[in-house]
Design a binder for this molecule. Structure first.
Ligand SMILES: *Cc1c(COP(=O)(O)O)cnc(C)c1O
Length: 371
């Protein structure tokens, strides 16, 4: 069986040594020493001013909206993992769906303004598959209308443009360290913010709103990362660069061997990432698009053919978030408003992509696709 992803796992002996330290200290959660160390090392690795660790990648989204008092309508993308929109729902906000750019799969800046109403308070874009959004234009629009921008950057770990982290865009960004992501702490996540005061506020909010021992400053939540997963995260951070390099080799081989197959295409930016010295990409996913007429099989037929041979692709992101019952009927959810997103959702298949994919496994996958 070849799975679509495989978690980056730390060396077990090294992990065991750190577990012994935790057992000796008996400090297993609540801002312990590994937690502090991981925040420092991540801030420096990611080139961001402030970071706050979370227990998963969904709670920092919820907490960011809460902390910024986002209400009313929020403009967002239907082409993402459903947690993006769930975070709006949990804050009582109304998602407003805007179509995506066919070149990147990201929120199309040309379509944002038409969706703004007097109730709009924020934009929540996603750097889908790790490809940065047009952050400059999104910020211009936000500034013009006085909107906040919160990026769901769950896919964008380590992504940089001209040496600057894409996580610095907007008012806040959030990361997921789930097992399936480029960098994982089993379950985990983080929020990136611009100033120390916001970091302190977020640190309070993720600990029930406690500021000190006896003062509760806000209706907080509990979403702290513990010492065991912080230790695991410290070990994985040491090997994430080599994991990204291995992913890049996998992406290159897929691209080279599939680029001339009739009916198969990739995002145009993919090719540029192989040579680019201005975009540091992370190869979080390997989305491939099928034109059924030219390829001879529909996307679903290829998906099932691969599955029958125990090669598991994933139809990320199908169905669109705007198609789930919970969000059908939200502003902008009509199919006619989202033609690009629908076309992508119906033609995309994410190929197996991880640091440990062997050449033999790739032989098998490629043979199935090329026929
Ligand atoms: C994975 C993911 C999340 C949620 O992260 P969890 O750590 O699983 O809670 C949110 N948004 C996007 C786009 C994701 O891919």
């Amino acid at each position: 069986m070849i799975t679509v992803t495989s978690p980056l796992l730390p060396n077990l002996d090294e992990f065991y040594d750190m577990l012994k330290d935790i057992w000796e200290s008996k400090w297993i959660t609540n801002n312990g020493s590994f937690h502090k160390q991981l925040e420092q090392e991540l801030a420096s690795y990611l080139k961001v001013p402030y970071i706050s660790l979370f227990t998963n990648g969904t709670l920092p989204l919820l907490t960011a909206l809460q902390a910024m008092r986002i209400t009313g309508e929020v403009i967002t993308t239907p082409y993402s993992f459903v947690a993006t929109t769930h975070s709006l729902w949990w804050n009582g906000c109304k998602p407003v769906f805007v179509d995506v750019d066919p070149q990147t799969g990201n929120l199309d800046p040309d379509r944002i303004e038409a969706a703004i109403t007097p109730k709009t308070t924020a934009i929540m874009p996603v750097h889908v598959y790790g490809k940065p959004c047009d952050t400059k234009r999104i910020q211009e629009i936000a500034d013009r209308y006085g909107l906040k921008v919160i990026y769901d950057a769950a896919h964008a770990f380590g992504v940089e443009i001209n040496g600057t982290s894409v996580l610095n865009a907007g008012d806040m960004s959030t990361l997921s360290f789930h097992a399936t992501k480029v960098y994982n702490t089993i379950e985990g996540g983080a929020m990136i913010m611009k100033d120390e005061e916001t970091k302190r506020r977020i640190d309070d909010l993720k600990n029930f709103g406690f500021h000190g021992e006896t003062t509760v400053v806000a209706p907080g939540i509990n979403s702290k990362m513990d010492e065991v997963r912080s230790a695991y995260g410290l070990l994985n951070l040491k090997q994430v660069d080599s994991a990204i390099a291995a992913r890049k080799n996998v992406a290159k081989r897929y691209y080279d061997e599939l680029k001339n197959v009739r009916g198969i295409s990739f995002f145009p930016y993919l090719k540029d990432t192989f040579e680019s010295d201005h975009l540091r990409y992370n190869y979080a996913y390997m989305p491939m698009f099928i034109d059924a007429e030219k390829y001879g099989l529909t996307r679903d037929e290829l998906y099932l053919k691969m599955k029958e041979s125990n090669v598991l692709g994933r139809r990320y992101f199908y169905p669109l978030i705007s198609e789930f019952n919970t969000y059908k009927g939200c502003p902008g959810s009509e199919k006619s408003n989202l033609p690009v997103a629908h076309k992508m959702a119906e033609s995309v298949i994410c190929l197996p992509m991880h640091h440990a994919l062997s050449q033999e496994d790739m032989d098998r996958i490629l043979e199935l696709i090329v026929k």
